[in-house]
Unconditional design. Structure first.
Lengths: 365, 297, 290
């Protein structure tokens, strides 16, 4: 079966400024594709191109195996949920949801039936006769979803749909969208700047920066094997520690030397990765640095480190220290004995680390 | 509201504060008198007889209220050779203003909708050209317009005046609607496009129902402008098609017979009534139009 | 075909207005400019003959009066209307309970036709039966106020009537401006113990600079276009003492049948507007695009 959405060599520019450069993505039926990146990375423009709301400068785009490059939005068999929800302010909730069907000349009984179905599904029956102005943010969000669902399209498009909700509601709706995706088995493209949303929702993530795709992969690929320094830094919270280090091959493995402000450098030995250049940037997730007394793991390498700050955060305690001239954060167990201003024996899990070239920023292992 | 009571209580005694307050109200009252005085004089004069006017007290109330001047102004006063009062000209103004207001508002709404929501290359240039058109002194188009109306066979006709008012009103109506529609998120248009609605469907079903406030502002602005117009009226009309402002001026400046100031004032009030009525009923929208017409953006 | 229509509908909708504006605004300006460079009299002629009409214009004492009047009238009208408008706005900004009613009173003249305004003031300022006679009737036998018929003073009656008509509008603009100043800054200044008048002079009024500019633009525009008011109040007289470029142009075009003079005087008006409005519009459009 053809991919539900396929984008080949897509370019987009406004005048002389290139917004999107050589975008290639394809997803299968049932995929949940998340486009993520900082603001101005072109993710929303890409979504608008998929919707047909922005013309494409060059390249090809197909939906459901049909070429849609120059097709109007209304003929692409898509539905879209917008950041501001874009509910029609003068229409009731019911009219908002059925407007698309009305425009397309769907008969009244079908409209009613579909409206009822969607309203039940999203539990918005009591709101049907209200105007958008009388709804709360969360309710508006549901109505916007309803307007998309009722269309039963080949492809759903979401443009930062949760960014106008407060933190608690955002988490609830996130779960709900995920459940919906599972239940419908629909194909979705979802834009967000929130990397946690990307991680939790996606079956496939596209990380973008400056109009260029940085990496495409499953959430776990993106998290565990970031393709470059940008992805490593952008995905995950707290961010991956990126520590400048020197390497030396000593036969059995690679000695990784990290400078410290006081005392000599610490040395870790990596037995798996052999071909590393002399200067690298070592990428370690905070959870891969543990209190040596509390956690055991196979590839661990222990070192005494001077802890600068201890931040208890309930389930975890974060310890901050200086290594290789960078601030390094470790996510420790809440029962850690770490004390600010004292040394602590830390275990580095070298099985999960990433190496990046300091000049290129690209992944080395 | 800028609340200055805090500083007032800080400096000065209670008595000083009260005195200050009284001075404030006194000044506001005096200014109010300044603005009201001409209207008061117009109204009282229009109800006086000519004999009473000749005694020369502008401020006094009429000793005997007479509606004679109003009757004369409405149906008998001479505007040159004809002596039919302002009535026929009042209706001319109505016949000019209503279609001109409706047409220019409708076109302005469509133009504003395109410029604000369907941006394309050149749309901004169009808007800049339109905007500048609001500011030209109309004297610069009087001569060619007079000739063009002649060529189109509309010289001295009411349709001719409607045409002129529509054309030179478009700049403002487009500006009003453009500024209003620009504040409506473009996602609304996008959502409707995805829903399958086309250009006119989106305008009709989504934008027009949202536009009541700006329609009111535009209609009031255009009505006031067109009703109060004198330059186009005096330049492009002839004896039977003059608007009320031109007729009023002719009555006041007609040299035949005795100067009937009470009739002049009654005619002036009649000419002013429609716009005054609009101002009293919908002053808020009137002011919004004025400020929108001056503070761009 | 329908797809083509759909895609080009916005342009098609704009096209008629675009053409109309091109012809009836820009084309007509060009026509007037062209004719102003010819020897046209009663009928337009189209052979360009240099600046002869402008030479005639500036040699004409009547134009000289009209042009001087524009600056006298314009300057006084703009300055006084702005000052009065600002004073009224500040007075009204002091938590006045009847603010709505007072504002309505100050602003209603703006709803009137200038012909009505002119008619009213012509009656009030008429020396025989108006204000002068009234004050004399009160016992001040020597009171004289005959500016309306005094060629040296008549232009000031136009100033008075114009201010009466437009100062309320300036007040409304300024009041909106005063209210739009960030209230937290004002509160901060009050907490710092800065006196009220200093809050106005040091914080609020400087923050309103753009409003001053708008008011200036609108008022100067009104001043240049002033035609109806002069016609109704003085008819340009006594003699041609209160002629403005607008009335001069009209007289030349429609009474004297001197199209060349009408066109060249209209072009001068246009240029005056240009020098004031174009930089303003340019900066407005620029900042909006950013």
């Amino acid at each position: 079966m053809a991919p539900i959405l396929e984008i080949n060599n897509l370019f987009k520019s406004y005048g002389s400024t290139q917004i999107l450069k050589d975008i290639n993505v394809a997803i299968e039926q049932g995929d949940f594709l998340v486009l993520v990146g900082p603001s101005g990375c072109g993710k929303s423009t890409l979504l608008n191109c998929i919707a047909g709301l922005e013309p494409i400068t060059d390249g090809r785009l197909s939906i459901g195996g049909q070429d849609m490059t120059h097709v109007n939005p209304k003929d692409r068999d898509i539905a879209m949920v917008f950041q501001s929800y874009a509910l029609y302010p003068t229409m009731t909730v019911a009219k908002n949801i059925t407007f698309g069907m009305k425009v397309r000349g769907v008969d009244q009984s079908t409209q009613d039936e579909k409206l009822k179905h969607v309203a039940t599904q999203l539990q918005i029956e009591p709101l049907l006769n209200r105007k958008p102005g009388q709804l709360s943010g969360g309710q508006r969000q549901r109505v916007a979803m309803g307007r998309a669902l009722v269309r039963d399209p080949k492809l759903f498009l979401f443009d930062e749909p949760l960014s106008n909700l407060d933190a608690k509601l955002r988490v609830e709706m996130r779960t709900e969208i995920k459940a919906l995706h599972k239940r419908l088995g629909a194909s979705m493209v979802y834009v967000t700047h929130d990397q946690i949303e990307a991680m939790t929702l996606a079956t496939k993530i596209v990380v973008m920066k400056g109009g260029v795709i940085q990496q495409i992969g499953t959430p776990s690929e993106i998290y565990n094997h970031p393709a470059n320094l940008f992805v490593a830094d952008f995905m995950g919270s707290p961010a991956m520690n990126l520590i400048p280090a020197k390497t030396k091959n000593n036969g059995q493995g690679v000695e990784i030397e990290i400078a410290r402000e006081t005392g000599g450098p610490i040395t870790l030995i990596d037995t798996k990765n052999k071909d590393l250049p002399e200067n690298v940037i070592l990428g370690v997730r905070p959870e891969d640095i543990a209190d040596a007394n509390l956690r055991r793991s196979e590839d661990r390498q222990e070192a005494d480190c001077m802890i600068d700050i201890v931040e208890p955060a309930g389930a975890d305690t974060f310890a901050v220290m200086q290594l290789g001239g960078k601030q390094v954060t470790a996510r420790l167990h809440a029962e850690t004995a770490a004390v600010a201003g004292q040394n602590l024996n830390l275990a580095f899990d070298l099985g999960k680390v990433s190496y990046f070239g300091p000049e290129t920023g690209e992944r080395l292992n | 509201m800028t609340d200055m009571s805090y500083t007032a209580s800080q400096s000065g005694s209670r008595a000083g504060k009260i005195a200050l307050r009284w001075t404030l109200y006194l000044m506001l009252g005096l200014f109010a008198l300044f603005y009201l005085m001409p209207l008061f004089v117009m109204v009282t004069t229009s109800f006086k007889s000519l004999d009473e006017i000749r005694t020369g007290d502008l401020i006094s109330l009429p000793r005997e209220v007479t509606f004679e001047a109003w009757r004369t102004a409405w149906s008998q006063a001479c505007t040159g050779i004809q002596c039919e009062g302002v009535r026929p000209y009042f209706w001319n103004s109505v016949l000019i203003a209503i279609p001109a207001v409706l047409i220019s508002t409708l076109i302005g709404a469509l133009n504003g909708y395109v410029v604000a929501q369907w941006r394309f290359k050149g749309a901004n240039l169009f808007f800049a050209l339109m905007l500048f058109g609001c500011f030209i002194p109309f004297q610069v188009v009087l001569l060619p317009m007079a000739r063009t109306l002649g060529l189109m066979g509309m010289a001295g006709t009411i349709p001719g005046l409607i045409f002129v008012h529509v054309i030179y009103g478009l700049g403002f109506t487009t500006l009003f609607f453009r500024n209003y529609y620009v504040s409506i998120p473009s996602e609304l248009t996008k959502a409707a496009k995805v829903d399958g609605a086309g250009f006119f469907r989106i305008f009709w079903s989504i934008f027009l129902p949202l536009s009541l406030p700006i329609i009111v502002v535009t209609v009031i602005w255009q009505f006031t402008q067109i009703w109060n117009d004198f330059l186009f009226g005096v330049s492009f009309s002839q004896a039977g098609t003059q608007p009320v402002t031109v007729a009023l001026n002719n009555i006041v400046n007609s040299t035949t017979g005795v100067k009937a100031y009470n009739v002049d004032m009654a005619a002036a009030i009649i000419a002013a009534l429609p716009t005054l009525f609009v101002y009293v009923v919908a002053g808020k929208y009137f002011v919004r139009g004025l400020t929108a017409g001056s503070v761009k953006g | 075909m329908t797809k083509w229509l759909e895609e080009h509908m916005p342009k098609l909708v704009l096209a008629p207005s675009f053409i109309v504006v091109l012809i009836f605004v820009y084309g007509f300006i060009a026509w007037t400019a062209w004719v102003s460079l010819t020897r046209s009299r009663l009928l337009p002629r189209y052979e360009i003959d240099g600046f002869i009409q402008y030479d005639r214009l500036f040699a004409s004492p009547r134009w000289d009066t009209a042009f001087t009047n524009l600056f006298v009238f314009g300057f006084l009208f703009i300055v006084i209307a702005m000052i009065l408008g600002l004073i009224l706005a500040i007075l009204l900004d002091q938590n006045i309970r009847t603010e709505g009613a007072i504002r309505t009173i100050y602003l209603y003249p703006m709803a009137l036709s200038m012909i009505v305004t002119g008619t009213a003031w012509k009656w009030i300022l008429n020396p025989g039966l108006g204000l002068e006679a009234t004050v004399r009737g009160w016992g001040f036998e020597n009171f004289t106020f005959n500016w309306l018929v005094d060629p040296n003073m008549a232009i000031y009656t136009v100033v008075i009537a114009a201010i009466w008509q437009s100062s309320g509008f300036v007040m409304a603009l300024f009041l909106a401006g005063l209210r739009s100043v960030d209230q937290e800054i004002i509160k901060a200044a009050q907490v710092d113990g800065i006196p009220t008048w200093r809050v106005y002079t040091a914080i609020i009024i400087p923050a309103m600079a753009p409003i001053f500019l708008s008011a200036f633009i609108v008022l100067s525009h009104l001043a240049i276009k002033s035609f109806d008011l002069v016609i109704a109040l003085t008819g340009g007289g006594p003699g041609y003492a209160t002629d403005l470029p607008a009335t001069y142009m009209y007289t030349m075009a429609f009474s004297r049948g001197d199209i060349g003079q009408a066109a060249s005087s209209a072009m001068i008006m246009m240029m005056v507007v240009f020098t004031i409005v174009v930089p303003y519009l340019y900066s407005e459009l620029r900042t909006k695009d950013d």
